[in-house]
Each structure stands twice: as C-alpha cells, then as structure tokens.
Design a protein around this ligand. Sequence first.
Ligand code: C5P
Length: 219
Amino acid sequence: PTNLVIAIDGPSGSGKSSVSKAVARALGAAYLDTGAMYRAITYSVLDAGTDLSDAAAIATAVREAKLEISVDPDHEHVVIGDTVVTDAIREPRISEQVSAVATNLEARAELVRRQREIIATNVRIVAEGRDITTVVAPDANARILLTASEEARLRRRGIQLGGTQDASALASQVLERDKKDSTVVNFTQAADGVITVDSSDLDFEQTINAVLDAINTAA
Ligand code: C5P
C-alpha cells in the first residue's frame, strides 16, 4: 500500500480539528490531533503541581510522560499516565495554560519526535496542528494551511463553547493564545509549497471539499 500523509495547520477557531477529522474519514485515514498532546502534557504538569515557569521541569515531564492518543477519527481517547483526559484537556484552564508547554523548545522537540513516530506507523494519516506542514511532516504528500478571518474564528469558537461566553473574554482568550503560540511556530503564513484554504466564507461541507480538492492537487 502507498503511504499517504496529509499535514494540516491553522490557528484556533479555523475549524482545523473538525475539518481534519472529516477529511481523514473521507480518505479512510487515521487522524492525529497534535494539540491534544500539548494539552495532555499541560494537564499532567498542572496535576503534579509543577510550576509552569519551571522550563526544565516541564521538559522532564514531557520526556517521562506515558502518553497515549487514539488515531481513530471516530474515537477520541487521550491517556496520560493512568488518567483518561479526553474531556479534561478541553477545559478552559488547559487552553489558558497550554502555551507554557508549547513555547518550551525541549518539550516541543520531544512531542515532535513522538508525532513523527505515530505518523510513521500509520499507512494513511491526517495530522493536524501548528507546525505539521513545516516541522513535523514537511515532506507530507499534501500540506495545507487552513485559515479564517478573525471574525469567523471568534464566531466558531464561541459556538463551540456553547455561546455563553462574554464576547470580549472570548476574543482575548483566542487571540492571546494565538499570539503566544506564534512566538514559536508560524501558522499564519503558508510556507513554500503549502496550500492555503481560507474557510471564512465557507460552510463546513464546503471547507471539507476545498481541503479534499487541495489534497488532490498536491498529492
Ligand atoms: O489545536 P489546539 O487548539 O487543541 O492546540 C492546543 C495548543 O497546543 C495550541 O494553542 C498550541 O499552544 C499547542 N500546539 C502546538 N503545536 C501543535 C499543536 C498544538 O504548539 N502542532
């Protein structure tokens, strides 16, 4: 069988996760949510009471972490140590503090290594995150940057969180996180050879089709 690796990057609220999952299903491929790995490490570091400003402690925690992540697009399952954290890693407190792990270069190196391992053990896989097109899998068969206007991203994140959030609090959460993340990875501009799909004016189905078209063009 021929290997197929699809790399998808984008900011939060771009629809990356749901679109990547749907694309994986359409291609009969596995699905890797790399953000869930950063989130799981954040969960365990907080759970252990580790000081988030202690970069060396975070790096050690990542190296020693027993981390399991399902690559089935129909079955979300994340385990760190002996704790199932599938739902807990979506809590706002994790989103608010995940950048402490994401900006730790040793932590990134270790997670990138593990992500490459997962990609290598799957014949067909869609991997999604912030640095997949540039760092984790720059030689993927297709590389896509999924973007959306700030307005569209805030609207989607608001809906995802149940629409109960104060608009300005939501804006600062989403934009602050992107700002912190973009200090270590560039996911706002497409690198050479990366196809940009702008989903601002597309609905979910249209976005999936645009990504599948981009994959057909590239792969
Ligand atoms: O995609 P998601 O919003 O779940 O990612 C959570 C966080 O993980 C991001 O805000 C970012 O800090 C980090 N991340 C990263 N590199 C990736 C995927 C996620 O730094 N490839």
